[in-house]
Design a protein around this ligand. Sequence first.
Ligand code: DGL
Length: 251
Amino acid sequence: MAGRYSPIGVFDSGVGGISVLGELTRTLPREDFLYFGDNLHAPYGTKPEEEVLGYVRGVMEHLLSRDVKAVVIACNTATSVAAATLRAELALPIIGMEPALKPAAEQRKGGQILVLATPMTLRLPKFQALYQRYGEGAIPLPCPGLMELVETQAFDQARRYLQELFLAYDPARVDAIVLGCTHYVFLRPILREILPPHVLILDGNAGTARQLARVLKQRDLLSDQGGSVTLETSGDSSLILPLMESLLARA
Ligand code: DGL
């Protein structure tokens, strides 16, 4: 039976959620975290919804077998597909992610907000509802293939991908970029280089960490001991675990 000293499960389709994990360990340094990257089935964002729901259920089963006390879905795509269904089925706290469109809208100065995410995240009702509410000036930009460039650390290609993506927009008219996929957070340094300084670059990681802390406190599940991180993948561990470790050191 999971309790206050059980680990917190965190998962993504691959290494993107490591950017979230970095924030979680800073916010909650006395918790034990178990991170699972479903690299075997990545990417999620360009596959059919039903298929992704099946993968997410598999990951949840694995995390529950490890007796986690809460789960953070460190993936916008998996959250959009599965969070509501899982919350209806399971009693443990499930924290999801959404593109940081609300904070972007609050800081908008009348210009454009470019929302970068997977095709699935932008298509599903969760984002559509957010867009209805906070979407003034926002332009959704699906980025198929971009997460793969982070997975393979192909940063030169990622730079070219982003430069081409932005060709259609005048940077002077852009107020903010929303990173609506946890993989893209690792592209922040490139984005900072190719965009003018006035463009805000926003992600949902800090908000997710605050939400996890709030929910654990409410349910009296905050730990005051521990502080470990365990990394796991459904893919090739000899390749992926060292990559996860180096990304976590940078996150
Ligand atoms: N990191 C994931 C997200 O936040 C998704 C990438 C994918 O599997 O397509 O959406």
